[in-house]
Design a protein around this ligand. Sequence first.
Ligand SMILES: [Mg+2]
Length: 256
Amino acid sequence: MAPTSPKAFLIDLDGTLYFKGEPYPGAIETVNYLRQKKYQLRFLTNTTAKTPKMLHAQMQTLGFDIYEDEIFNATYACLQYLRSQPKNRCHFMVDDAVKAFFKEIPVDDEAPDFVVVGDYGEGFDFHALNHAFRLLMNGAELIALQKNLYWFSSKGMFLDCGAFVTLLEAATGKTAKVMGKPSETLFKIALESLQCSPSEAVVIGDDITSDIVGAQGTGMRSILVKTGKFKPNQLENPVAKPTWVINSVAELPNMF
Ligand SMILES: [Mg+2]
């Protein structure tokens, strides 16, 4: 059976469309091409230090023709999840702009239902981590906006929130509910917004462990780009098998 021709692309941002604050060559043109061809687009990112509104402003500044309601990040997925919970008092370990995004969710720093961990930068000090540890040991559940271990900036590599989530999991014996890729939460919310079945959507990303694992888990085809976090040895015994592998997103218009 011939594969269904795609109706939509779910495109990763960091490492796929841009890297270290610069768009990849051909990336802006590829987005324009897909739009001209009337494909539906969603932009999925594990970046949680920013709200969709802030990400939109950033992508516009880089020169991408992207709409705010096309951007889905783990922060947005988490808000949707918390809205669906009967008890949702939260202790947040996220920076102030992101905390404001959750303003409708009740805050409880002493006996919460959930400890929500996102990008917290220098907020992840001993006192903050130990307080979260105690809340979890007292019964709170752990939510991770995403579980990436590190990220790249123009200033070098940085520990990402997944490293601290892993620390809290190890200390408490609890398993975090992960909102970002590769968990299905973010992909499913994006597919629902497109009214698309998984077979009609294609995921594009640079990270086998989040983009490609997530695509496979949700039943979508995927394209791995050899930019960003890609390392050639990831294709030996890969944790998930991309449908296609291309050098960069600039090659996409030759395929569809
Ligand atoms: Mg990426």
